[in-house]
Write a protein that binds this ligand. Structure first.
Ligand code: NAD
Ligand code: SER
Length: 316
């Protein structure tokens, strides 16, 4: 039976991944860990332990005490927050990952490591971005993501650690707000549309980025870990994608439900320059061929589901 420890579990991804893992493997089989207290379904659904992933011993004790055989290592500092404090991004994203890989090696755990569209940079072919291509990112977050992809491959080749992962695009969700990234506008816009009927976007209207609805991202994270290893030519950093959005096309799709919704633009130069350095569309054919990846939500289905769920959210 699987026993799973999740780091960074209180964040945008973890708050939905942990309940999905508990549903699949049992509530007591999944230990959520983070430096911030969990809320909602995450807090009520099973065990939680405070663990700072930069503290190798604390992580090791948690994995050993729980007898975990799998680690989902989600703890990270995202792109815009990482540019505000590059040193912290380096310590958490690389130091924390190195600790998680070492603990996985010592304790014989499989490990899931998420990378990102941020692992690419301005010299990468942007549309479509191949699975294997130039990776020269210009943010600290991106630098740590490329290094993380390489470290994950290294621990597999050198020590036989079953390290796997995907490159998430920008993730759209309604449970937990995003934690300081460049794609956050695609979540903020929904809250603003429902609450105020208008939104001031920090990216230009024509900025195209790859995006995915959270249920697809959760499924990808579980499916890649359950994939038959004999079929995997890559193990880490699979490109996955579901839709390509600009602020203007997203606003248009929201207006189909809320006709009076207004979007305005006040460009933030930092986040605009980050977005301009990222792919416009990932080629996810390797994930499709090697473990049968296919998204279920397109733009219309995602917008309808987001609005329906946000309208039900207490306090909105
Ligand atoms: P998030 O910022 O919402 O959550 C990250 C969590 O990590 C937070 O709860 C935070 O408290 C925790 N954390 C920070 N420092 C820590 C430390 N030292 N020890 C333990 N926990 C710590 O991020 P997320 O969106 O949930 O991202 C999860 C993973 O997915 C990250 O690796 C991120 O790079 C990747 N990713 C996310 C997106 C996205 O759009 N959300 C896109 C691409 C990749
Ligand atoms: N959503 C993330 C960010 O904007 C991409 O990894 O930082």
């Amino acid at each position: 039976m699987k026993r799973i420890l999740v780091t960074g579990a209180s964040g945008q991804v973890g708050s939905e991944l942990v309940p999905a893992l508990r549903e699949r493997y049992g509530s007591d089989a999944v230990l959520a860990t983070d430096i911030r207290e969990p809320e909602g379904a995450l807090a009520e659904g099973g065990p939680f332990r405070r663990v700072d992933c930069t503290d190798r011993q604390a992580l090791e004790h948690a994995v050993r005490d729980f007898r975990a055989d799998t680690i989902y290592h989600l703890a990270a500092i995202l792109s815009a927050a990482g540019e505000r404090d590059p040193d912290q991004a380096y310590r958490v994203n690389l130091g924390g990952l190195k600790n998680a890989l070492e603990v996985a090696r010592d304790q014989g755990c499989a490990i899931f490591i998420p990378s990102s569209i941020a692992a690419f940079g301005p010299s990468t072919p942007p549309d479509p971005t191949p699975q294997d291509t130039i990776q020269r990112p210009t943010t600290m977050y991106g630098v740590t993501k490329v290094a993380g992809e390489l470290l994950a491959d290294y621990y597999h080749l050198r020590f036989g650690v079953d390290a796997r992962g995907v490159r998430y695009p920008g993730l759209i969700s309604y449970v937990t707000p995003p934690g300081g990234g460049t794609t956050d506008y695609a979540v903020e816009i929904f809250y603003a549309a429902v609450q105020q009927g208008r939104y001031t976007c920090f990216l230009r209207p024509d900025t195209q980025l790859d995006m995915m609805y959270m249920p697809d991202a959760i499924r990808a994270s579980i499916e890649v870990m359950e994939a038959d290893p004999r079929r995997l030519k890559h193990r880490n950093a699979f490109n996955v994608t579901a839709m390509q959005l600009t602020p203007a096309t997203l606003a248009e799709a929201i207006r189909e439900h809320l006709p009076h919704f207004v979007i305005e633009y006040q460009v933030d130069p930092l986040r605009q320059s980050i977005a301009d350095s990222w792919p416009r569309r990932l080629d996810d054919s390797a994930a499709r061929e090697e473990w049968g990846w296919a998204p279920r939500y397109d733009l219309r289905a995602m917008v309808a589901d987001m609005l329906e769920n946000l309208r039900k959210k207490p306090g909105l």
